[in-house]
Design a protein around this ligand. Structure first.
Ligand SMILES: Cc1cc2nc3c(=O)[nH]c(=O)nc-3n(C[C@H](O)[C@H](O)[C@H](O)COP(=O)(O)OP(=O)(O)OC[C@H]3O[C@@H](n4cnc5c(N)ncnc54)[C@H](O)[C@@H]3O)c2cc1C
Ligand code: FES
Length: 512
């Protein structure tokens, strides 16, 4: 049993307060552009607009940069993380080339901003190594090399990476990738935006975003309304539409951990292997003698497994095998990414609106996608040219992705069938302290959690987005929705979009 069995998800970044003084919205307001959701996508968008002279307001349901951005591992990698060869099959050579170019431009933009704004955020340009996983053949490396050459991605073929047992593995080296400390970077961006007159509101859940006949957008929260010329919805999974974009994305849980490692034990670089799901590894500076090795992987569809401990043990064993110099595990956390049917995010005008813009489908490249999204959406709002609009167009239909589309959309169908199944426990009296479970109550299902002190929380098990059946996540102590990525705290409070409303409380007698 790991030393962490009783500890909750804590990422390496969570101690950094990005805007600790941001207060809740308390009255109505007006601005040029209102940004909803303050992660990498929202804050980067606000920055691009603020430096162009727009008055921006940024609103977040929780704290600023406390969402998936606080759980990233922050590899800044430009090649499509699902494989360039796969992307060419789905989108062709021209779009795949421009996808790479836009992701590279995002790394350049981060480098430029941190330098211009003097943000001390551990930014480094690094080589990225894709290496043949142990006990697999080298075909993926061959395919990726061919694909990269076809569209002009700079890449070098090597044998061996400086990881144990990998001396003879086939490897591709991608130069000039990068990494940084995501929250230190965003803290610097927030300061720059505030200097330009932008304002941040935390603890303010946006309930609706509407476009009026006069073209203005009205964003409503319980404590006030904001009227603006445009709104950008960067809530990770969009709160503005029910189906159009959600049927083209699928939520996956991914796991990460940090281990201490003596400085200089392995070269500072990005490493990822050819497995599916792949392992991803990089260093983060620590103190004078020790760094952190961050490793991620173990992905599964959200809600379809509740075995974080097993996944962490596998990640740790894999790491100790390839990097024997690692010492103790210092942090463990999980989070979610939204995979799209053709591997690029959906960024641009929300289908059906003129002045509401969206950003979703981050995939494993949500940090670079966030920065690409900021460049695209700010250009569209400011009426400037942007050469990647068609790569990320939200209303696109990708015929080559139809198989993935159909298989991912079986999840909601399978999920609704679960309402007919029996509960996981027969009655609330079987629910132990510190556990969550689904319990049948007549025709409906209850999402029940009993805290360590024995207090019961009984909520509807139907997600408030479009009603999918929730699943308990014992590592995160929350309810995960397998359909489009909502998460709810044990008391029903929404934690992750697209859900906006809380799970309704169920009145039920508790006889422990
Ligand atoms: C373990 C892990 C490792 C990863 N590793 C990498 C990596 O190495 N490289 C990479 O590029 N990407 C990586 N990613 C992906 C990347 O971190 C994310 O895709 C990215 O941070 C998402 O940013 P975002 O701004 O879209 O969303 P978020 O950071 O989640 O921000 C969305 C915000 O919207 C707010 N919100 C939601 N609903 C509302 C509402 N109704 N009203 C107001 N606010 C609302 C939320 O509170 C949240 O703060 C990783 C992700 C995970 C989980
Ligand atoms: S997130 Fe869409 S139904 Fe739950």
């Amino acid at each position: 049993m790991s030393q962490f069995a009783d500890r909750r998800s804590t990422s390496l970044w969570m101690g950094v307060g990005v805007a600790p003084n941001a207060a809740a919205l308390r009255s109505d307001g007006e601005c040029d552009v209102v940004v909803i959701g303050a992660g990498i996508a929202g804050i980067s968008t606000a920055y691009e607009l603020a430096i162009a002279g727009s008055r921006v307001m940024v609103i977040d349901r929780a704290k600023i940069a406390g969402g998936m951005t606080a759980r990233t591992t922050a590899h800044l990698g430009a090649p499509c993380d699902d494989g360039t060869s796969v992307m060419i099959e789905r989108r062709g050579e021209d779009i795949s080339r421009r996808f790479y170019e836009s992701q590279m431009a995002a790394i350049d933009r981060i480098e430029e901003i941190q330098s211009q704004e003097s943000i001390d955020c551990d930014f480094r340009r690094l080589d990225g190594y894709l290496f043949q996983a142990l006990n697999t053949d080298g075909k993926i490396i061959e395919d990726e090399l061919d694909a990269a050459c076809k569209i002009g991605i700079p890449v070098y073929r090597l044998v061996g990476v400086p990881l144990a047992h990998c001396e003879q593995q086939h490897v591709l080296r991608y130069p000039r990738q990068g990494t940084f400390h995501p929250l230190k970077y965003l803290k610097g961006l927030v300061a720059a935006i505030e200097t330009k007159g932008g304002t941040f509101y935390a603890d303010t859940a946006v309930e609706s975003v509407e476009e009026r006949d006069d073209g203005k957008v009205v964003v409503s929260a319980a404590s006030g309304k904001v009227t603006a010329r445009a709104a950008v919805v960067t809530t990770n999974s969009p709160i503005v539409d029910r189906f159009a974009l959600h049927t083209k994305t699928a939520p996956y849980r991914t796991y990460a951990m940090a281990l201490s490692i003596p400085k200089g034990a392995i070269p500072d670089a990005l490493y990822w292997d050819t497995l599916d799901p792949y392992h991803y590894v990089r260093l983060q500076p620590g103190d004078d003698r020790t760094d952190y090795l961050i490793v991620g992987g173990g992905d599964h569809k959200s809600g379809e497994a509740d075995d974080a401990e097993v996944r962490f043990q596998a990640l740790e064993a894999w790491t100790r095998n390839l990097v024997p110099a690692v010492q103790e595990v210092t942090h463990r956390w999980s989070g979610q990414v939204l995979e799209t049917i053709d591997h690029a995010a959906f960024i641009g005008r929300n289908p059906g609106n003129n002045n509401i813009y969206v950003h979703t489908g981050d995939s494993g490249q949500g940090i670079t996608h966030g920065v690409v999204g900021a460049m695209i959406n700010s250009s569209l709002i400011l009426g400037r040219e942007c050469k990647w609009v068609d790569v990320y167009e939200p209303s696109r239909k990708t015929l080559a992705g139809i198989g993935t589309y159909l298989s991912e959309n079986l999840t909601p169908l399978k999920n609704f069938a679960e309402y007919l199944a029996p509960g996981e426990l027969n009655s609330l009296s079987e629910l132990k302290a510190g556990h969550g479970a689904i319990i049948r109550d007549g025709l409906s299902k209850i999402a029940a959690y009993r805290d360590e002190a024995g207090k019961l929380y009984a909520r509807s098990a139907a997600c408030t987005h479009v009603g999918c059946h929730l699943h308990w996540n014992s590592f995160e102590t929350c309810w995960d929705c397998p359909c489009h990525g909502s998460h709810f705290a044990f008391d029903g409070t929404p934690l992750n979009a697209p859900a906006v409303g809380p799970l309704p409380e169920i009145e039920i007698p508790d006889r422990p």
